[in-house]
Design a protein around this ligand. Structure first.
Ligand code: HDE
Length: 695
């Protein structure tokens, strides 16, 4: 437009627009990276107002050059993550088991940084694919950094690290077509795993509700690999690490996951951020399963095999501490993106086992970080820096930040008598067991049983969880285009459990199975009820959100009472109205909405309530989004509270005659109480067979 080309008096100097604020509250002046104060950050230097831009404009060049290099390679796996700062507190000393001081002294608080992640998708992918979640914790202990780089599933797909690139290539987008992003439901993944019987146990977990968590605050965490504790006497025990969410572990339904990904692709990241921001700090109990060499030798499987778990009914999980996440990152890139975890970051008193998966990991993490973080000095990035002193004779390299002094960069030396020296209390690797003297590329015979624990997992689930596993297999295999792969997978399922295989075949509408002969016939192991999320779900609303669909003309006093009752349970109430401007209550008071209906489908809530006036119910009944809201809440087995006029809306949604114990009239205090009591159970599982069958 000609007018913008002809500068008026305001645009003559420094300003590109009238809304531009000339000086910040701090009074600090904007500078370049060289500290030169900038007088005009709105206009590049040009030859005349309409002429070409000049190469000498170092302000422009510096700004754009920096911008051009603002991205680093994303992680090859676990690219999408959300981080938080916090602390760890020990409540039971493990001095008798380990030299690690942060596990000895119950008065000590250890700073931590946590990064939760999905595995397969890229950094910008959605939060709720069916996937494993990474659960990586960096403990900044006073003996150095200890990284517990775990997952939310206690076992893994493969037994030997040499298969990891194959596994990851199979699940990532197919290399010719570049899709699917972020999904295991495609041929290459199922082709690979159906040829790898050792993946069967993990597949059961990934097809279970664990792979679609409700919140990152509601997942369990596991170290997966077996580690060793070593005490001051040099005695060693095997240890498996566990995290337990204080809010209870919970998942969404698959249909919800699909819809949440559309409604809010940052659902988990937002939820974590908001919880911490509002002071509802996520907490996780820290537990250990410890067993000595003799107990390990008596297990029915090999403790070095990462496709197996130790049922906690067999070796109890001792809860010894708690982690609290109480601070959001100040900067996503500087902290969550640049944090570098490594299973080899150990402190004295914690050592590796010979688990061949773990052994391969010990190489991989540092190696990948050298290219991801651009050289050997990323330990100097604030989020990676140990909080205890760090002194050695390593020098130089790309992006060195520290400025070491003196002429001595070697050891032993006599020219730097005050320089750092070895210490007997430092990290010592204790001798552990016998090693075979032959060099072999062979899998131990003790790693051969691929089906028993897969069967145990299925048999440990509640009925709804079994149904979901059947549905998940049916969905994923239904996406497979090559029939031979589907048949081969059904062959494996037939070995794991006949009803599982029957259910999946029925849901797929096929009888074609490729029979498989297992290397070792599976055994029937005792079920482990602790593996079921539903069986151990606490009755609670803590940390949950209840969505209230509200129309004009509702009694404001009643709404306040409902809110109070919800908040008394540690939950949050969110008001959803047709318009973000909100509604006018019966006492003529205007109440703004927390969400507009179009932006807040009921999938993002844990339970719902619908409060309308007669007129309001009629208005909502003409709104497809409101009908979907109600129908989805019912279909997703949520507890629904409603007042009289709202029944019309449920009827319009086709739910008349289907009301069950989870549809509760809330018009008085007793109604609110009954509603809260029921909502604590989170879902009406008995409703499920009436609204959905596997497939
Ligand atoms: Fe990882 N894994 N992994 N992994 N892993 C990475 O390291 C690897 C495995 C896990 O939030 C990478 O810095 C190999 C098991 C988490 O930054 C890489 C093998 C478990 C994270 C790597 C495994 C994990 C990673 C990619 C098979 C559960 C994210 C970027 C031997 C105990 C950490 C990076 C974060 C990240 C290698 C298997 C957990 C490539 C070779 C088993 C939580 O180095």
């Amino acid at each position: 437009m000609p007018s913008s080309r002809t500068p008026g008096p305001k645009q003559q100097h420094g300003s590109g627009g009238e809304l531009h604020q000339k000086s910040g509250k701090s009074g600090e002046n904007l500078t370049t990276n060289q500290g030169i104060e900038i007088s005009d950050n709105q206009n590049s230097l040009k030859s005349g107002t309409r002429g070409p831009t000049l190469l000498e404009d170092f302000l422009l060049r510096e700004k754009i050059t920096h911008f051009d290099h603002e991205r680093i390679p994303e992680r090859i796996v676990h690219a999408r993550g959300s981080g938080a700062h916090g602390y760890f507190e020990l409540n039971k000393s493990l001095r008798h088991l380990t030299k690690a001081t942060f596990l000895q002294d119950t008065r000590k608080r250890t700073e931590v940084f946590v990064r939760f992640s999905t595995v397969a998708g890229g950094a910008g992918s959605v939060d709720l694919p069916r996937d494993v979640r990474g659960f990586a914790v960096k403990f900044y202990t006073d003996q150095g950094n200890f990284d517990l780089v775990g997952n939310n599933i206690p076992v893994f797909f493969i037994q030997d690290a040499v298969k990891f690139p194959d596994l990851v290539h199979s699940v990532k987008m197919e290399p010719d077509r570049g899709f699917p992003q972020n999904a295991s439901a495609h041929d290459t993944f199922w082709d690979f795993v159906s040829l790898m019987p050792e993946s069967m146990h993990m597949l059961m977990w990934v097809m279970s509700d664990r792979a679609i968590p409700r919140s990152l605050r509601m997942i369990e965490g596991f170290g997966v690999n077996t580690f060793r504790f070593v005490n001051a006497e040099g005695e060693s025990n095997f240890v498996k690490f566990h995290w337990r969410p204080v809010l209870g572990a919970a998942s969404v339904l698959w249909d919800e996951a699909v819809k949440i990904n559309g409604a809010d692709q940052d659902f988990h990241r937002r939820d974590l951020w908001k919880a911490i921001d509002s002071g509802n700090f996520p907490e996780f109990e820290f537990g250990v399963q410890v067993l000595d060499d003799r107990a390990a030798a008596e297990l029915e499987f090999d403790i070095l095999d990462a496709t197996k778990l130790i049922p906690e009914e067999m070796v109890p999980v001792q809860i010894v501490g708690k982690m609290v996440l109480d601070r959001n990152p100040d900067n996503f890139f500087a902290e969550t993106e640049q944090v570098a975890f490594h299973p080899a970051n150990l402190v004295p008193g914690i050592e590796f086992s010979d688990d061949p998966l773990l052994q391969g990991r010990l190489f991989s993490y540092l190696d990948t970080q050298l290219s991801r973080l651009g050289g050997a000095n990323f330990h100097e990035i604030p989020v990676n820096r140990p909080r205890c002193p760090m002194r050695n004779f390593q020098r130089d390299g790309m992006r060195r930040m520290d400025v070491p002094k003196g002429r001595v960069a070697y050891e032993p030396n006599s020219l730097a008598p005050d320089g750092p020296r070895e210490t007997p209390s430092g990290f010592v690797t204790h001798p552990q067991g016998d090693f075979g003297s032959e060099k072999v590329r062979e899998r131990s015979a003790t790693f051969k049983d691929h089906y028993s624990q897969a069967r145990m997992f299925f048999n440990s689930m509640s009925e709804p969880e079994q149904r979901h596993i059947v549905s998940a297999f049916a969905f994923e295999l239904g996406k497979v285009e090559t029939p031979a792969i589907r048949k081969r997978m059904l062959g494996h399922l037939a070995i794991i459990d006949k009803t599982l295989c029957g259910g999946v075949s029925k849901a797929l509408g096929t009888n074609e199975i490729d029979p498989i002969t297992p290397a070792l016939e599976p055994r029937d192991l005792a079920p482990s009820p602790a593996l079921s999320l539903i069986k151990k779900a606490p009755a609670t609303l803590r940390g949950r959100t209840i969505g209230v669909l509200l129309s004009n003309g509702v009694d404001g006093g009643f709404l306040k009472r409902l809110k109070k009752a919800i908040e008394a349970e540690g939950a949050e109430m969110a008001v959803v109205c047709r318009k973000i401007g909100g509604v006018t209550l019966s006492d003529k008071i205007k109440l703004p909405a927390d969400h507009a209906l179009s932006a807040a489908p009921s999938v993002i809530f844990d339970a719902v309530a619908i409060l309308t006036s007669d007129e309001g119910a009629n208005e909502l009944a003409e709104e497809a989004a409101a009908i979907d809201w109600v129908r989805d809440a019912f279909g997703h087995l949520k507890v629904i509270g409603l007042n009289g006029p709202s029944v019309a809306l449920l009827n319009k949604a086709g739910l008349s005659g289907m009301f069950d114990e989870g549809v509760i009239t809330i018009e008085d205090a007793a109604g609110i109480e009954a509603y809260i009591r029921m909502a604590k159970h989170q879902r009406i599982w008995d409703r499920e067979p009436k609204v959905r069958s596997p497939g």
